[in-house]
Write a protein that binds this ligand. Structure first.
Ligand SMILES: [Zn+2]
Length: 184
């Protein structure tokens, strides 16, 4: 098994022209402290390629992990698999220092353009990059796909809607309705 430990902070000026490959996992543990707030059981695998691209740098690769989330329907715990493929650009922007923080902006306003990470110096934090990608992969409305998800949700909703007083139940309202005899 590959147990090589890779650095998580890269000085981009020191990249060889043909680029460099990085691999991180919970086994080598480089990102365990950074990703601990996102990943409870801390299983992840990240393959990253960094290479110079003119005045900028290209970062591509994949991140595979699992997130513990709550089903947006039935509210139960579920595991959401993350398989994030990316191919982005890193632009060094020394004119607008922003505290070294990653800016994540699409170039030229086109949706299909590559994402640009603007940083203000040549130190690139791979750990923060990976953290940001996993956080962004978290779904807004995850769905557990369990066969009883709907019935579980109906049960919760029914419980939530059960009023304290009998007079206000839908059944009580039904009783008050007069049913007109039908004419043949
Ligand atoms: Zn569910």
């Amino acid at each position: 098994m590959n147990k090589q430990v890779y650095p998580t902070r890269i000085h981009l000026k020191e990249l060889p022209p043909k680029g460099e490959h990085f691999h991180f996992s919970e086994q080598t543990g480089e990102l365990n402290s950074t990703l601990g707030d996102l990943l409870k059981d801390l299983k992840y695998s990240a393959d990253i390629r960094l290479e110079p691209a003119g005045n900028a740098f290209q970062i591509s690769g994949s991140i595979t992990t699992k997130l513990d989330v709550l089903c947006s329907r039935c509210g139960r715990d579920m595991v959401y698999p993350v398989n994030d493929l990316f191919n982005e650009i890193i632009v060094i922007n020394t004119e607008t220092p922003r505290d070294g923080h990653l800016g994540h902006v699409s170039t030229s306003g086109q949706n299909e353009g590559p994402y640009c990470n603007y940083i203000n110096n040549y130190d690139f934090d791979l750990a923060e990059f990976i953290h940001e990608h996993i956080a962004a992969a978290e779904p807004y409305t995850p769905h557990c796909e369990r066969p009883d998800c709907e019935t579980h949700w109906e049960r919760i909703r029914a419980l939530a809607e059960t009023p304290a007083r009998e007079e206000t139940t839908p059944f009580a309202a039904l009783k008050k309705m007069s049913i007109k005899p039908q004419k043949d």
